[in-house]
Design a protein around this ligand. Structure first.
Ligand SMILES: C[S@@+](CC[C@H](N)C(=O)[O-])C[C@H]1O[C@@H](n2cnc3c(N)ncnc32)[C@H](O)[C@@H]1O
Length: 289
């Protein structure tokens, strides 16, 4: 089943609505690596700082995807490039290609001018690599792939197209490490501001079963983790940073934007803590011979 273009969410305009507020805005409340996804803690008390948890998350994905032993990495939804930089810093012979739909993120990575990092302002839908990748990582982008209101069949179809492309682009037995928010006890019907037009227009979360259905026969799921409390903690730390910078944010970007993000982060903290939404990390190995 091939997804029609109309089934796909996350248009460039919708992504830019969110990520292109301005790089300065995000530097005021994300950690110093500008990582915009859940951190990873290794103790039940989650007492490391945000920087440490973000580095641990990046290293988890580099390991899970096999990028630590391979060279050529594809980062689908590369944000401001922290993961690609870590890959190159660990070995200057490594190579990373990043895809983003955000113009500001694209310009930011280009300006870093790091040899062996290539950034493309394009969707995975149009990506056409010339040589296979050793490893693929996608963190926090999958949430943008399906459209709000899409049926189960439409969602699985888009996700299957994504997994097929990843399989095609990987060397045989290559690995994909995926991180995404997913629906827990929340239904698409009773969405809150978290998935509404205000913050994330044109986005829809997967259900865990949809990921399993869509990747069936293409990838073996070797590890499946639900770290929803880790994302709750991450959003809580972002909220504290945001509140600490309240005056500056209001002065530079206006009260409306401040209140929108404060509300979004408050709802996200509660959503993850109460299990309405989940945070999945999956280590997946291609079944292609
Ligand atoms: C929440 S950010 C996560 C960024 C980064 N992975 C991180 O952890 O900090 C989502 C990223 O996915 C990208 N994205 C969303 N839809 C995409 C698509 N269809 N193709 C490529 N990138 C996409 C956005 O441009 C953005 O860079």
């Amino acid at each position: 089943m091939v997804a029609s273009v109309t089934n796909r969410g996350g248009s460039a305009a919708a992504i830019q609505h969110h990520y292109d507020v301005s790089n300065e805005f995000y530097t005021l409340w994300l950690d110093s690596s500008l990582t915009y996804s859940s951190g990873l803690w290794d103790s039940p008390t989650l007492d490391d700082d945000l920087e440490t948890a973000q580095q641990r998350k990046i290293d988890w994905h580099l390991n899970a995807s096999g990028a630590t032993t391979g060279k050529r990495l594809l980062d689908i939804g590369c944000g401001w490039g922290a993961l690609m930089q870590r890959h190159i810093n660990s070995d200057p012979h490594n190579h990373a290609t990043g895809l983003t739909l955000s113009h500001n993120q694209y310009l930011h990575i280009r300006a870093l001018n790091i040899p062996n990092i290539q950034v493309c302002e394009e969707s995975w839908i149009v990506h056409q690599p010339t040589t296979p990748y050793d490893a693929i990582i996608s963190i926090g982008a999958f949430e943008h792939f399906a459209q709000p209101g899409a049926s189960l069949e439409e969602k699985v179809s888009v996700y299957r197209e994504f997994f097929s492309r990843c399989q095609e682009w990987l060397k045989p037995k290559g690995k994909l490490s995926l991180q995404t928010i997913a629906y827990g006890s929340l239904n698409a019907e009773d969405k809150n501001v978290f998935t509404q037009t205000e913050i994330f227009p044109d986005s829809e979360l997967p259900r865990p079963g949809e990921i399993f259905m869509a990747s069936d026969g293409l990838f073996e799921i070797k590890t499946y983790r639900n770290d929803r409390l880790h994302y709750g903690k991450t959003c809580d730390l972002w909220l504290k940073n945001l509140r600490r910078q309240k005056l500056l944010i209001i002065e530079q970007f206006g009260e409306e934007l401040y209140l929108k993000y404060e509300q979004y982060l408050k709802l996200a903290v509660a959503g993850f803590y109460f299990g309405q939404i989940l945070l999945l990390r999956l280590e997946m190995q291609s079944l292609a011979k």
